[in-house]
Design a protein around this ligand. Structure first.
Ligand code: FAD
Length: 472
């Protein structure tokens, strides 16, 4: 028999359910395949940094698979629909008896998998696994069998189920001794546009090293430092989780191994970090229960009536980090230059775009996707709808972050701001969040824009717009 593993956002050999199960039959010939879909990626606004990260992760995967004597083929197709055709062709050409893959939950991915299932019907057996989440979506539900609309009860139900199941990580499959030896693939696997060099090394080894180091060194301080962008207090594992160089079970097991008692103390760093992994889980389950989220529709339908201003110039200023609000601008420059942004700042910049500028959250969602190396539809959509007060568990529409006081709170001395906004290097700490006050007082000129909006007025404007929409 011939087994084909179709890789997607699970680019690793350790703890990979599809790969592991494909290798269970010792006699089978195991092949691996990845479909590159540039047109689809464009439609999804996938960042160039993310494409480059996938490229490098594939090179690493091909080395690891070659050690197991499993050949990896990279097929270029334009769209998902075309990818399904190519996979079916591959199965026919190589007489594949069974196709193995791990589920992806966004709608277009589900349609692709439905198509391939139909094409292969009666010819190839399909084995699909829930590998990208702890618990298969649709299983953490209320007594009425519905998906939760709020995070905390979801988490409580999740924890009950989680500890009643086996969460062990799977090992790397054994070397296929009866298969011929293969060479790893050579770069370039597909064409890539130039991107900034990334500080994230796309290998399983690097993912595991980061995870280990984070668990030993940073987890004890996570609750305290995770909101301070100038401190390297979070794991920065999001790109690895996003393309699957690392599994969530590996995260949990490493955490548990380092701090076995963490669940008894809900304020411990370990618990707070695990809570973030459950947020990730929540958003994955949410898009399965509410497929309309994948069609650019708000969770709270009344918010579709909001009259957005959508001023293009203000949007451009936001994307470029030229709004005149230092914490917002520093954050946007971090995103543009590194493909990653600190969670606290994702919340602030999103809130600023939506509430202060009254620009449709979908514009911001799209822009983030086009820049993020860790771009993930469910988490990004969840984050944006949270900030827009259009989501499930969203911030109430009348609670609006003040970008200046938030800056003072989370970057009190302006250390983060100075790093990303060198034009403010000489502004004293006291004025770092309101640099024009300093320049007016001291007659120092500043090469930095004036605030593009008056926050107090913008706040009222936003609340009024939401209230009008709510009235219907
Ligand atoms: P850590 O604090 O170390 O957390 C560990 C892991 O938990 C993260 O790697 C991530 O996988 C998960 N996680 C943490 N916070 C969240 C959260 N709020 N929602 C969902 N998962 C979470 N995360 C993405 O992975 N991809 C995105 O495209 C994305 N877009 C976002 C957009 C907005 C507007 C907001 C507010 C948040 C978004 N997030 C997204 C969630 C979060 O900001 C990032 O996961 C986090 O900043 C990644 O850094 P880290 O790995 O150091 O996180």
């Amino acid at each position: 028999s011939v087994h084909l593993v179709w890789f997607r956002n699970d680019l690793r050999v350790t703890d990979n359910k599809a790969l592991f199960n494909a290798c269970q039959d010792k006699q089978a010939q195991v092949h691996a395949l990845f479909t590159v879909t540039p047109e689809q990626w464009k439609v999804h606004n996938m960042a160039l940094s993310c494409q480059a990260f996938i490229h490098d992760a594939l090179l690493d995967l091909s080395i690891s698979l070659a050690k197991l004597n499993i050949p990896l083929t990279v097929v270029i197709s334009d769209t998902y629909s075309n990818a399904a055709d190519k996979v079916a062709e591959y199965c026919q050409q190589h007489r594949v008896t069974a196709l193995f893959f791990n589920h992806q939950y966004a709608l277009n991915e589900q349609h692709r998998d439905k198509k391939v299932t139909e094409l292969l019907e009666n010819k190839t057996t399909i084995y699909a696994y829930h590998d990208n989440v702890f618990i298969p979506p649709g299983n953490v539900v209320t007594q009425q069998g519905e998906m939760y609309k709020v995070f905390t009860p979801f988490r409580n139900a999740f924890l009950r189920l989680f500890f009643s199941q086996d969460n062990a990580s799977l090992p790397i499959p054994e070397i296929r001794a009866h298969q011929e030896t293969v060479s790893p693939l050579k770069a370039p696997l597909f064409s890539l546009e130039n991107t900034n060099a990334s500080s994230f090394v796309a290998t399983e080894e690097d993912a595991l090293k980061r995870l280990k180091q984070f668990c030993y060194e940073s987890v004890p301080h996570y609750a305290k430092w995770r909101d301070i962008p100038a401190v390297d207090g979070t794991s920065r594992l999001s790109p690895y989780l996003s393309v699957g160089l690392l599994s969530i079970r590996q995260c949990f097991n490493r955490l548990y191994q380092t701090e076995p008692g963490f669940l008894e103390n809900s304020t411990s760093g370990a618990f707070v970090w695990f809570n973030e992994l459950i947020w990730r889980e929540f958003y994955q389950h949410l898009i399965v229960a509410n497929p309309h989220l994948c069609k650019h529709i708000a969770f709270q339908l009344w918010t579709e009536k909001i009259n957005w201003r959508n001023e293009q110039d203000e949007f451009n200023a936001w994307t470029q980090g030229l709004t005149g609000f230092p914490i917002i601008d520093a954050a946007m420059r971090q995103l543009n230059q590194t493909g990653w942004m600190h969670n606290r700042l994702r919340m602030l910049t999103a809130s600023f775009l939506i509430k202060d500028l009254l620009i449709d959250w979908r514009w911001g969602e799209r822009y983030f996707m086009s820049q993020l190396i860790d771009g993930d539809f469910a988490s990004n959509n969840g984050g944006w709808q949270w900030a827009a007060s259009t989501g499930t568990d969203a911030v109430p529409y009348f609670r609006i972050f003040n970008p200046t006081t938030q800056g003072r709170k989370f970057d009190p001395d302006g250390e983060f701001i100075r790093h990303w906004l060198p034009e403010l290097a000489n502004v004293p700490n006291r004025y770092i969040h309101t640099p024009h006050e300093w320049s007016a007082k001291t007659n120092n000129s500043l090469d930095y824009p004036l605030p593009i909006v008056d926050h107090a007025k913008a706040r009222i404007r936003a609340i009024e717009s939401y209230e009008e929409a709510k009235k219907g």
